[in-house]
Design a protein around this ligand. Structure first.
Ligand SMILES: Nc1ncnc2c1ncn2[C@@H]1O[C@H](COP(=O)(O)OP(=O)(O)OP(=O)(O)O)[C@@H](O)[C@H]1O
Ligand SMILES: [Mg+2]
Length: 530
């Protein structure tokens, strides 16, 4: 539906002389449309002259005599050019042809008696009436055909606009395509689209013209109407009376929002009502497309923010993991070099104390403290290795995992086995540490949660990948997806395994079902020899 508002625009145009002719009386219109430039029209008029000459000759030769039937037949022959003219040119052809035939016959008619004149005139009247009826019918059909052609043209312009707006999500391309489809190529139209600035797109004005070079900027009337359409969200035109506009601007709307405006100027001739309807339909299509483009721009912006946040998070996790490992290393070294050494010295000194002469109670206490010291030294050693196994630095991943396995075996009643397959090879220090931490957490989870009896740790150096599998026959768990972190109650352990896998550019698959044990498979790319 068009919502129309009288334009508050300056420079309202008066009616032009040509428009007055178009809107003039029916007779003037008819006279103006006589096909004087069409050669067929003149052939028809010449045929009438020939018929007239023939008729005169027959009369001179007194062939017709008193035979009325023959006499009227020669007048009826005039039906042929009159009807032909009506079929070819409509009323504008039939009427002048009939009048021309009558004019040519007037001298001859006047030579007859009143009774004969009356009969001939009736005959002419019938010829004229047939010509007018056929002419009017032809005119109506031509008008209907023209209307159908116009409708087809409007439809094809709407189709072209629909194709232009659906072709791309690029704002400028859509605007240019829509303008091209909007412009009626037969008229010297100027069309433009203005979009208002939005959060992720700036406002633009694009101008195009059907016949000439498009102007660089809008003139005062176009500018004022466009501003008014953008502000009010309604249709604007340069004729406050609303009858004969040369410029029409339709607002581009999406719900309550005004996205911009599309306008058209037709310097020659007024913009008809149906043209306004086409512009309104184009504006509706364009509004939907603009909405999509603006939404797409915001989504793209949001996605790029999200991608950046993800990148930042990954960098942060990598740095945090490195910092954690550095801190563990420092703690392990301090525990080893400082605390462990002091404990060892204290134990050695205590071992050197001779219990001879001491009371039974003192001896018992001495032995107790020695035992506690030995135990503490053992625990601190374990913590040191746990924090940063020197085996990993010295002998590599396989020995470090093997130490983890034997440590677990000695500490628990678990049946723990380890299998290594494929040609063994060393990985970069950082990667070995990350893999070690994943296996360490997996075994710790088996010990703490699985209630398993057997655990298998497998390392398979196969092709360009290392696959590490930790398999237990414990109580298992319920997973919602493939990743370890898909487990609903995932603590830091499973999440840490997942993040470390990402840093390794590998994959981690956790398979588990309640009562059916758990299998964790880590696969990482092996370094390739160049
Ligand atoms: N091998 C396993 N068998 C059975 N359940 C397991 C196994 N591994 C993990 N789970 C379950 O998954 C949960 C999450 O493990 P995760 O390692 O993330 O956290 P956590 O071990 O509880 O705490 P932490 O943060 O100290 O590691 C565990 O609480 C446990 O219920
Ligand atoms: Mg854990």
């Amino acid at each position: 539906m068009l919502t129309e508002t009288a334009a508050p625009a300056p420079g309202t145009k008066p009616l032009e002389a040509g428009d007055a002719g178009m809107a003039g009386s029916g007779i003037r219109r008819l006279l103006a449309s006589i096909p004087l430039r069409d050669y067929r029209f003149w052939i028809i008029q010449f045929l009438i002259v020939l018929i007239n000459i023939g008729h005169l000759r027959l009369e001179e030769a007194q062939v017709l005599g008193g035979e009325w039937a023959l006499y009227l037949l020669s007048i009826s022959v005039l039906l042929i050019p009159v009807v032909y003219s009506a079929l070819a040119f409509g009323l504008a052809g039939a009427l002048p042809t009939a009048v021309w035939a009558l004019v040519l016959s007037l001298p001859e008619i006047s030579s007859h008696t009143w009774t004969i004149r009356f009969g001939i005139l009736i005959q002419f009247g019938i010829v004229c009436a047939i010509g007018i009826i056929v002419g009017i019918r032809v005119d109506r059909e031509a008008a209907a055909t023209r209307e159908a052609d116009q409708a087809n043209l409007r439809l094809s312009r709407l189709n072209a606009t629909a194709a232009a707006v659906a072709a791309s999500l690029d704002l400028e391309r859509v605007l240019r395509g829509t303008l091209r489809a909007t412009l009626d190529s037969r008229k010297g139209q100027i069309a433009w689209i203005r979009t208002l600035a939005r959060p992720h797109t700036s406002g633009v004005t694009i101008i195009d013209a059907s016949l000439a070079e498009p102007p660089q900027r809008l003139d005062d009337v176009q500018e004022a109407l466009t501003l008014a359409a953008c502000q009010s969200g309604t249709l604007q035109r340069d004729e406050p009376g609303g009858k004969d506009p040369h410029t029409v601007v339709v607002a581009l709307r999406s719900g309550e929002r005004t996205l911009g405006a599309i306008g058209i100027t037709q310097p020659e001739g007024v913009i008809q009502r149906d043209e306004c309807n086409v512009l309104d339909a184009i504006a509706n299509q364009l509004s939907v497309a603009l909405n999509n483009i603006f939404d797409h721009a915001s989504t793209r912006e949001a996605l790029s923010d999200l991608a950046e946040a993800k990148r930042n998070l990954e960098t942060y996790i990598e740095l945090a993991t490195e910092a954690q490992e550095a801190e563990r290393k420092r703690l392990s070294r301090e525990l080893h070099d400082d605390v462990l050494q002091s404990l060892a010295v204290a134990k050695a000194q205590l071992d050197a104390v001779s219990p001879n002469g001491a009371s039974e109670d003192t001896r018992g206490r001495l032995l107790g403290v020695q035992g506690i010291l030995a135990e503490t030294i053992g625990s601190v050693r374990l913590y040191c290795k746990d924090l940063r196994p020197s085996l990993l630095d010295d002998l590599g991943l396989i020995d470090a995992i093997s130490w983890l396995v034997s440590e677990l075996r000695s500490r628990t009643a678990l049946d723990v086995a380890m299998v290594v397959e494929g040609p063994r090879q060393r990985l970069p220090e950082r990667d070995e540490l990350l893999i070690f931490r994943v296996v360490q957490e997996a075994l710790r989870n088996v010990e703490r949660h699985a209630e398993a009896t057997t655990v298998r740790v497998g390392l398979d150096f196969c092709g360009d990948r290392l696959t590490v599998v930790i398999d237990d026959d414990g109580r298992g768990m319920r997973l919602s997806g493939e990743s370890a972190k898909d487990f609903g109650d995932a603590g830091l352990g499973l999440r840490g395994m997942d993040e470390r896998t990402k840093l390794l550019k590998g994959s981690l698959v956790t398979q588990s079902e309640p009562g059916k044990g758990t299998r964790i498979a880590l696969s990482v790319p092996l370094p390739q020899d160049d």
